[in-house]
Design a protein around this ligand. Sequence first.
Ligand code: HEC
Length: 114
Amino acid sequence: MRVSIPFFCRTVSVLFVMVLATAAAPARASSGKAFYNQICSLCHDDGGDLGAPVLGDRQAWAPRLAKGRQPLYRAAILGMPGSPRIMPGKNDYEGVYSDRQVKAAVDYMIRQSR
Ligand code: HEC
């Protein structure tokens, strides 16, 4: 059987990405939690006054989770400018954070709240 080179390369790179993803998974989980605690917990641990959905409050999160993950990532990265309540985007913070850090924090919040 002849295996074409592009097919071979694609297969190898897919495997490579899978290995990387597996290796990175535990680190990402813990950094999502750390990032949450450092920044997001300010409002999401006790969102009562600010109207933020509280971590672990399934009722508050259910309609948000129903939208799927992407809109939640988007809200956390860009903020929610249309909302009367303040949900900052990553550029609203003093520090410089990557989309990946913010997404990991969202993943952590989702895990705790469904
Ligand atoms: C200044 C307070 C505040 C901080 C800090 C904050 N949030 Fe929020 N967040 C809110 C509020 C308020 C809402 C609800 C906004 C609404 O529904 O109108 C919200 C909503 C959300 C939602 C739901 C979005 C949706 O589409 O329903 C996600 C996800 C979220 N925040 C993630 C984060 C993450 C991740 C961080 C940390 C990087 C963070 N938030 C930091 C106040 C905050």
